[in-house]
Design a protein around this ligand. Structure first.
Ligand code: HMG
Ligand code: MG
Length: 306
C-alpha cells in the first residue's frame, strides 16, 4: 500500500501542555494560570487535554496543584481532560478529582524507568495492574505511555522489540491507546518509522499515538513519517513547552501550532481553531515571560524564536 493511502484523513491531537509542558517549567506560574491555559485549550476545540498528574510532589512539584486545576472544570469539560497516575495513591487523587481518563506511564528503557518512577519495567507493570482494575471498575478510560522509544538518556539505544513488548502489555492491561514517546527527541524519520512498524506487528496501529519532543528539531518530520505509516493520533504541547524532569536536556514537545500548520498543509482534518491556538500560545508565553520556540508562533506573533 502506498503512503498516500495509509495516511489518515483526520488526526486527533492530544494536547499535553498543561502537564508535560509545565511539569518541568523553570518560570514561576500560578494555579490560576494553569487553569486558564486548560480553559483556553478546550476553547480551541481540542478534544483531549492532559491537565496534570497525581505524582509525588517531591518528584514533580509543579504538578502538586492538579486537584485544584481539575476542580475548576465541570463534568462536561472533565470528559476531555486526563491526568497521569503512577500508582494507587495517584489513582485515589484522580478519582477524588472526578477524572474520567487516566494515563499510566511506563518505559522501554530499564534505566529510565528507575530514574522516572523508581522501579523496574516489570515492577511498574505490577503497580499499574491494580490502577487499571480500579479505573475499569469505574468506567474510566486508560491511556498508556511508553517513554524512550527512540533512545534513552541513561542507556542510549533502545531496541524496537522492547518498545513493542511493553506496548502490547499496556494494551493487554486495558489501555484504549498507547502513546509512543521520544522522550529526549533524538529520533529521526526512518528510525521512527521502523519502530512504529515493529510495534504495529503486535499492537493495533489505529490505537497508537506518537509523542515527539523536539530536542534535535526532528519532531515535525518524525510526525510526517508517522502519519505515512497510518498513525492518526499526535501528542503536542502549545507553544512547544515542555521537557521531562527525569530526562536531562530534553526539550519541549513539538508545538501544537506547528502540528496544526503541518496538518492544514496536508489537508488533514484536526478540529482545532488555529487563530485561537496562537492566542493561547501568546497567553502562556506572556505568563511565563518567554519567547516562542515554535517557528509558527514566532512567525504569527512577530517575535524571534528563542
Ligand atoms: P517512590 O519514592 O518510589 O514512592 O516514588 P513511595 O511509594 O516509596 O512513596 C514515597 C513518598 O511519595 C511517600 O511520601 C508517598 O506518600 C508519596 P512520604 O512518606 O515520603 O511523605 N507518594 C505520592 N504522593 C503523591 N502522589 C502519589 C504518590 N505516590 C507516592 N501518586 C513515584 C514513586 C512513582 C511516586 C515517584 O517516582 C513519582 O512521583 N514519579 C513521577 C515522575 C514523573 O511524574 N515524571 C514525569 C512524567 S513522565 C513523562 O514526562 C514522560 C511522558 O511525557 C512521555 C515521554 O515524553 O516519553 C509521559
Ligand atoms: Mg513527554
Amino acid at each position: 500500500m502506498s503512503d498516500a493511502m495509509t495516511r489518515p484523513d483526520r488526526v486527533r491531537i492530544v494536547e499535553v501542555g498543561p502537564r508535560d509542558g509545565l511539569q518541568n517549567e523553570s518560570a514561576e506560574f500560578t494555579t490560576a494560570t494553569r487553569i486558564e491555559l486548560v480553559r483556553r485549550l478546550l476553547d480551541c476545540g481540542l478534544s483531549h487535554v492532559e491537565a496534570g498528574s497525581f505524582v509525588s510532589p517531591k518528584w514533580v512539584p509543579k504538578m502538586a496543584d492538579t486537584a485544584e486545576v481539575m476542580a475548576a472544570f465541570d463534568d462536561d469539560a472533565r470528559e476531555r481532560l486526563s491526568v497521569l497516575v503512577p500508582n494507587l495513591r495517584g489513582m485515589e487523587g484522580a478519582i477524588a478529582a472526578g477524572a474520567t481518563e487516566i494515563a499510566i506511564f511506563g518505559a522501554a528503557s530499564e534505566a529510565f524507568s528507575q530514574k522516572n518512577i523508581n522501579c523496574s519495567i516489570d515492577e511498574s507493570l505490577e503497580r499499574f495492574r491494580p490502577v487499571c482494575e480500579a479505573a475499569k471498575s469505574r468506567g474510566m478510560r486508560i491511556r498508556g505511555y511508553v517513554s524512550c522509544v527512540l533512545g534513552c538518556p541513561y542507556q542510549g539505544e533502545v531496541e524496537p522489540a522492547a518498545v513493542a513488548d511493553i506496548t502490547a502489555k499496556l494494551f493487554a492491561m486495558g489501555c484504549y491507546e498507547v502513546s509512543l514517546g521520544d522522550t529526549i527527541g533524538v529520533g529521526t524519520p526512518l528510525k521512527a518509522r521502523a519502530m512504529i512498524e515493529a510495534v504495529a506487528a503486535s499492537s493495533p496501529l489505529e490505537r497508537l499515538a506518537v509523542h515527539f519532543h523536539d530536542t534535535y528539531g526532528q519532531a515535525l518530520v518524525n510526525i510526517y513519517a508517522a502519519l505515512d505509516t497510518g498513525v492518526r493520533v499526535v501528542d503536542s504541547s502549545v507553544a512547544g513547552l515542555g521537557g521531562c524532569p527525569y530526562a536531562p536536556g530534553a526539550a519541549g514537545n513539538v508545538a501544537t501550532e506547528d502540528v496544526v500548520y503541518l496538518l492544514d498543509g496536508m489537508g488533514i482534518e484536526h478540529g482545532v481553531d488555529f487563530d485561537a491556538l496562537i492566542d493561547t500560545a501568546r497567553f502562556i508565553l506572556d505568563a511565563l515571560g518567554k519567547s516562542p520556540v515554535s517557528r509558527v508562533s514566532a512567525a504569527r506573533l512577530g517575535r524571534c524564536a528563542a
